[in-house]
Design a binder for this molecule. Structure first.
Ligand code: PSV
Ligand code: MN
Length: 428
């Protein structure tokens, strides 16, 4: 079925004329600003982001889930869908696996399945926020922070198992998000629960293979509504600092209280040399897990502005791992990912064309208006043709969503995946 996506070049030909004229126009505009469009296209071509295994099926809310026809039924079919996203975008060569939701029955088979499709594995994600059917102890009152050492040990063992699995697949990092927390004042000792989390993480850290990184992911609330143990970037940074050089902080864009200045959080973690990576998504109110760039595209650009600034300064420990973390309740997940990658590439491209020398001069001169305008000039530039061209040069689609719809892939897999009856994938 993935073969259906092979004829991208022919599909691109249908819009090549318009595209080339648009590309020429933007290249000429950039040239007048002293920017070489070719260099920008090359940089866009280096951008890569991982697809989360848990978001390839439709997600839901706690009120329900509305499955679509042709959803992947297992981790192998999820790799097939990721291969489609990769073929169209050429920017998603890795999958970030969630264990146990996407735990393979046969690791070698999964590795071979991925290899055949030119895919690899990004950070593996552990899950101690739900009870699994065969589990001895419950996480109802926490995992790493639990008052009972047996529960804590079970959580540590699970994480070590995830590391082992990731190592066999070629991953080089684990992301740990803990739902641990409390709903009521007094329920949990605020200090001691943090100490217990640190203790558990130390054991996992000691079990990391060479070259691995451990990311701690903060989140202010949900499912804990009074106090979450790793609630903010300060707590996450404390953990990373205490654990050691392999530990870094993961910023999920949806894990901040409304109006938090996320680009400032990013800047601080960069200064600390502890920015591990991202879970990209967007939100209006809470951890809404909407398409990246759909609600606050300017914020996304400002985050990338910090990243490109660090990249160009060749900052110490700057090697962020880019991953997507969304929930696709309404959109076809493949289409949502295609749109997401495009949004990310555009934000990156806009950050790349910021006139950094001018910006720094305006900052030095305290010219607030011109400094802001310098950013706005880049943000308001129509970079779509540059992003499309970067994709085309790597064999991807000028317009990935249109090419996907024209391919009839979803309809075709619906037939194939209906063979053995429909099994809804597990997801939040
Ligand atoms: C938690 O809300 C989170 O952002 C973590 O990254 C999880 O691994 C992911 O969502 C999926 O539940
Ligand atoms: Mn996340």
């Amino acid at each position: 079925m993935i073969g259906m996506i092979d004829d991208i070049a022919t599909y691109n030909d249908s819009s090549a004329n318009d595209h080339e004229r648009d590309l020429e126009a933007i290249s000429e505009r950039l040239d007048r600003r002293g920017i070489d469009a070719e260099a920008v296209i090359d940089r866009i071509g280096t951008f890569e982001v991982a697809v989360p295994s848990w978001a390839l099926g439709t997600g839901g809310t706690r009120f329900g889930r509305f499955p679509i026809e042709g959803e992947p039924r297992n981790v192998y079919e999820k790799m097939d869908d990721t291969a489609v996203i990769q073929k169209l975008t050429r920017a998603t060569p890795r999958v970030s696996l969630h264990i146990p939701w996407d735990e393979p029955d046969d690791v070698d088979r999964l590795k071979a399945h991925a290899d055949d499709r030119g895919l690899g594995f990004d950070a593996v994600n552990s899950n101690t926020f739900q009870d699994q059917p065969d589990q001895e102890h419950s996480y109802k009152f926490g995992s790493f922070s639990h008052t009972d050492p047996a529960v804590r040990q079970q959580a540590v063992d699970h994480n070590l198992h995830v590391v082992e699995l990731g190592e066999a697949l070629g991953s080089e990092a684990i992301t740990i998000w803990l739902a641990d927390g409390s709903n009521f004042p007094g329920q949990m000792n605020l200090r001691k629960s943090f100490d217990r989390v640190l203790g558990g993480l130390e054991t996992v850290y000691d079990g990391l293979p060479d070259g691995w990184r451990l990311y701690t992911e903060h989140k202010p609330y949900e499912p804990a509504f009074y106090a979450t143990v790793v609630q903010d970037w300060g707590s996450s940074l404390m953990l990373a600092n205490r654990l050691g050089p392999k530990a870094q902080c993961l910023v999920d864009l949806g894990h901040h209280l409304p109006n938090t200045n996320i680009e400032l959080v990013v800047a601080r973690l960069l200064t600390a040399g502890k920015l591990g990576g991202f879970h990209f998504n967007d939100s209006k109110y809470g951890d809404d897990d909407l398409t990246t760039g759909s609600i606050k595209p300017y914020q996304l650009f400002l985050v990338f502005n910090e990243l490109v600034d660090a990249e160009e300064e060749d900052l110490d420990n700057f090697n962020p791992d880019y991953m997507i973390d969304q929930s696709h309740n309404l959109k076809d997940p493949i289409e949502a990912f295609l749109q997401t990658v495009d949004q990310l590439q555009k934000a990156y491209a806009k950050a790349v064309i910021v006139d950094r020398d001018a910006l720094s001069e305006y900052q030095q001169a305290n010219d607030a208006l011109k400094a802001e305008e310098t950013l706005k000039q880049a943000y308001e530039t129509g970079v779509s043709p540059l992003v499309a061209e970067a994709r085309r040069r790597q064999g991807g689609a000028l317009n990935p969503v249109a090419a996907f719809r024209a391919s009839g892939y979803r309809e075709a897999v619906h037939e194939e995946r209906s063979d053995e009856g429909y099994t809804p994938p597990q997801s939040l």
